[in-house]
Design a protein around this ligand. Structure first.
Ligand SMILES: Cc1cc2nc3c(=O)[nH]c(=O)nc-3n(C[C@H](O)[C@H](O)[C@H](O)COP(=O)(O)O)c2cc1C
Length: 421
């Protein structure tokens, strides 16, 4: 169409498409929402984002109408861009929230884009499989769900819809201790599927709560305990104005009484040893970004490490998870070659999954994309996100010359490790 992509021209592209009744492509919509800054717009809100000043409010409403009729966006990136627009402002800000100047939140995605894949040709990829296994669990593909609090803020059926969405797959879902559904109900919903459930918790200041949660998870058939270690205190979250982050809602934490417990600022590696003595389930330590910490965690009793900066919600200025990954993998491999390392943070495409696996992750986990799937299409939206990511990953693998995850080579990436690594 020869249009330059400045705001005015996208605006006229929109008008022209409406005029000739051309269906709005999801790519067009996501570009539009990107320009608006998906964070700040809402039907009932004053439009505050700088770039919005130039647009007619009615145009925005039309875009939301078109958007809400779509539940089959084509890429996970589109879910990421369009999902927030489906939620009321406070919920949207809660899920998009990040700490400080949001540099780590942004870096998680940008760092992926800076890595290039140099495909290997003529490798016979006719027989391919995405299957892998970790901690004795077989999975259909190396992509699982990170723990994200309060799914019912994104959809009335919350965590149950999430389970329904991923139920066709053998995969791992980490349930947040801040879930809005009882862990026993989530386990019941998952019992006839091939989903493996892991229970996430923090090192709480109240040890009785931690013990109780572990016992409940064991009784309900959870297969692992994930301890999030990056939260000695709550970080202040920013989004589109601090005050609009979630304050009051009917959706509640169903598994813990938040008035009785808080994160333990005195948590130390010895607590992992204490947790290890409490349960036979594998303990996965989430939220580490350095090889030294990963080594200490394993020495203290961890079975695996999930490299994560909490989706940019704790230490702002921390490296992207994909940047921190190689250092952790190297340190762990040196001393404990059989221990698995996973990562989460900023994974928005099958290429990202490929890059993380090439840099040594056994599995990657996704946080916000599942929320956007829920917001856009409930269980079906969640299913679309997982299916899309799996298919993108499969295609990337084949194009790069690998027919299974073991054949994914580190040296298909440029750079192999972060420039500063
Ligand atoms: C709204 C929200 C709530 C979260 N809640 C938890 C939680 O309860 N426990 C936890 O360990 N991590 C939590 N996380 C962090 C995620 O597990 C994960 O590390 C992060 O979302 C990955 O980044 P991504 O959203 O870019 O995929 C939360 C993240 C978000 C966005």
């Amino acid at each position: 169409m020869g249009l330059k992509r400045d705001e005015g021209n996208i605006n006229s592209e929109f008008k022209m498409r409406s005029f000739i009744r051309m269906p709005l492509s999801s790519a067009f919509l996501s570009r539009k929402l990107d320009d608006f800054g998906a964070i700040s717009t809402n039907r009932n809100e004053t439009l505050t984002h700088k770039s919005l000043r130039h647009h007619r409010p009615s145009l925005i409403l039309e875009i939301y109408e078109a958007l809400s009729s779509r539940s089959n966006l084509l890429t996970v990136d589109e879910y990421d861009r369009c999902g927030p627009a489906k939620l009321p402002l406070t919920a949207r800000n809660y899920f998009l929230g990040a700490s400080g100047r949001r540099t780590t939140y942004k870096r998680n995605k940008d760092a992926f884009d800076e890595i290039k894949i140099v495909p290997r040709m003529l490798r016979d990829v006719s027989k391919n499989s995405l299957e892998t296994s970790t901690l004795g669990l077989d999975v259909d593909f190396p992509i699982g769900l990170s723990p994200v609090a309060l799914h019912r803020l994104a959809h009335p059926d919350g965590e149950i819809a999430t389970v329904a969405g991923i139920s066709p797959f053998r995969t791992i879902m980490i349930l947040s201790s801040f879930a809005s559904t009882l862990l026993e109900e989530v386990a019941r919903a998952a019992q006839d599927s091939s989903i493996h459930l892991w229970m996430q918790m923090y090192i709480f200041d109240n040890h009785t709560w931690t013990t109780t949660l572990i016992r409940r998870a064991e009784r309900s058939g959870f297969r692992g305990i994930v301890i999030t270690a990056d939260s000695p205190v709550y970080a202040s979250l920013t989004c589109d104005g601090r005050n609009q982050i979630l304050t009051q809602t009917e959706v509640d934490l169903e598994n813990i009484d938040a008035s009785k417990i808080k994160f333990s600022p005195s948590a130390v590696f010895r607590d992992i040893t204490w947790l290890r003595s409490l349960t036979k389930l594998p303990i996965i330590i989430k939220g580490l970004l350095s090889g030294a910490d990963a080594t200490r965690a394993i020495l203290a009793g961890a079975s695996a490490i999930l490299v994560s900066n909490h989706g940019g919600r704790q230490m702002d200025g921390a490296p992207a998870a994909i940047e921190a990954l190689p250092g952790v993998v190297d340190a762990v491999n040196k001393l404990f070659p059989r221990r698995d390392v996973y990562m989460d943070g900023g994974v928005r495409s099958g290429q990202d999954v490929f890059k993380a696996i090439a840099r040594g992750a056994k599995m990657v986990f996704i946080g916000r994309p599942i929320i956007w799937g829920l917001a856009i299409g409930g269980a079906k939206g969640v299913n679309n996100v997982m299916t899309t990511l799996r298919n993108e990953f499969n295609e990337t693998m084949l194009l790069a010359g690998a027919s299974n995850v073991k054949e994914i080579r580190k040296d298909t990436l440029i750079p192999l490790v972060p420039i500063w690594g």
